[in-house]
Design a protein around this ligand. Structure first.
Ligand code: 4AD
Ligand code: MG
Length: 439
């Protein structure tokens, strides 16, 4: 007599025939297997219940598709064969968040969205994307850093700072602290020691009050810092190679899921589009908007001024109209952070570079770092910050500055581009935004 096989797993589908019940069970070992119950009297069973099955392993009948070449037959006629329900799921478990649920339901019933086959694919791809990011930096010999989430200073402007009380030396005097907006400074501190490049993959926090399709209050931020960057062109070259590297690794790691999702060809094309990306200055973007009916104020048909910041909506209209990946450089200094290097040709501009992509807009914020101690101190003061709070950051410039540049990549936004997902909330397992903290 052949020995019996035990399967412990979750019931994914149930089909009842006249004499037999067919189950698709996802075993605890990660594979799916067909179970045929020949026993007429089955215990009450629902989809998503967790079961333990002991049965006979038999060849799959011809024409039946399954991940396995066999099926498990459970029958009261076979000694030792059994069927037990370890945890019975509620009848309506699968109805809380059906595949066509609205965005509101997808948020309200998040727990059940985690059982949705397409969202499971998305979560697997989030995992692959993190790995692809790390694979790229590993391949170039970069060192991964674990940065802190609590900081004493701001990095990206006071408007989006999360303030909190950090324990102080005494129990009565807490120290004012922030949740980090970016791990850039941590990477800059580590780089001189390790050399070449260092990177991190960590959450960043922004108290954004905007309820947009691409903003969260907590997001997964891939960041890096490169050494010895001598020009804006070299910096853009780094960005391009990085995006090519990450996307190539992603295509390899996520191939199976991408094919199932129907996005493999799209990401293949994205890889080509990154290689064919164009470099434009902020001034050229403004010029383009003026000649292509992209307005600062649509109703009044008011054009952008030379030094205007272009808001999210118009920025997306711009990159969609260009239809290419845009490496956008040379921003007016007044709307970028103090640490960005001034353009030697026109110091009223900075050597920053945002990467804009069709359908999403900005996915990368980056730039060459200001190298000059005096100028950096002055710009800190101009930004209303206290040089003493930034003494370590300033000291970097006097201890053999490595002529660095760096970048921050929004992982959720990148996935939106890869998979053509409308909102970052659907590209993030646990989105956080104003008014939403569950589960
Ligand atoms: O452009 P940002 O603010 O740049 C920085 O934080 C730099 N310190 C990075 C660096 O040089 N190390 O943010 C970088 C990227 C953006 O391009 C965007 O993709 C993402 O982070 N991002 C957000 N993603 C989701 N929700 C938000 N609220 C985001 N804010 C920025
Ligand atoms: Mg930015």
């Amino acid at each position: 007599v052949a020995p019996l096989t035990t399967v412990i797993g979750a019931v994914m589908t149930i089909r009842s025939g006249k004499k037999k019940t067919f189950l698709d069970v996802r075993s605890r070992d990660g594979f799916s297997v067909q179970v045929v119950c020949l026993t007429p009297e089955l215990p009450r069973l629902t989809v998503q219940s967790y079961v333990r099955i002991v049965g006979k392993q038999c060849a799959l009948p011809a024409g039946v598709y399954s991940q396995q070449t066999y099926e498990i037959q459970v029958s009261s006629e076979v000694e030792g064969s059994s069927f037990s329900v370890l945890s019975l799921a509620d009848e309506d478990t699968t109805q809380h968040c059906p595949p066509d649920a609205s965005p509101a339901v997808r948020l309200d019933q998040r727990l059940f969205l985690f059982r949705d086959p397409r969202f499971i694919l998305t979560m697997r791809m989030i995992d692959h994307l993190s790995k692809a990011f790390r694979c790229h930096f590993r391949a170039i010999g970069s060192v991964e850093v674990t940065p802190p989430s609590f900081t004493g200073v701001e990095c990206e402007g006071g408007a989006t700072l999360f303030k909190l009380d950090h324990p102080g030396r005494s129990t009565t005097e807490p120290v004012p602290a922030f949740l980090t907006q970016s791990s850039q400074f941590a990477l800059e501190y580590v780089l001189p020691g390790v050399g070449k490049c260092c990177h991190c993959l960590a959450p960043s926090f922004r108290a954004e009050h905007s309820l947009t399709r691409r903003h969260l209050t907590e997001f997964m931020h891939g960041e890096c810092e490169w050494e010895g960057v001598m020009s804006m062109d070299e910096h853009v070259q780094h960005l391009r190679e990085m995006l090519v590297g990450i996307t190539s690794f992603f295509l390899r790691l996520a191939e199976k899921e991408l094919v199932e999702y129907g996005a493999f060809e799209r990401v293949r094309k994205i890889l080509v589009d990154i290689q064919g990306g164009v470099t434009l200055t902020h001034r050229e973007m403004i010029e383009y908007c003026r000649t292509h009916d992209i307005y600062k104020d649509e109703e009044k048909k008011e054009h952008f001024g030379d030094r205007d910041d272009v808001p999210e909506k118009q920025e997306r209209a711009f990159v969609d109209s260009v239809g290419k990946v845009v490496f956008l450089t040379h921003f007016p200094r007044e709307f970028k952070s103090f640490y960005m290097a001034l353009d030697p040709v026109d110091p009223s501009y900075v050597l920053g570079c945002d990467v804009l992509v069709p359908t999403v807009g900005e996915v990368v914020g980056s730039g060459v770092r200001e190298q000059d101690f005096e100028r950096l101190t002055q710009r800190l003061v101009e930004a209303g910050l206290k040089p003493d709070d930034y003494r370590e950051y300033l000291a970097l410039r006097r201890s053999g500055f490595r002529m660095t540049s760096g970048m921050g990549l929004g992982m959720g936004r990148l996935l939106c581009w890869y998979l053509e997902i409308f909102s970052i909330r659907d590209a993030t397992a646990f989105p956080r935004f104003p008014g939403y903290l569950r589960p």
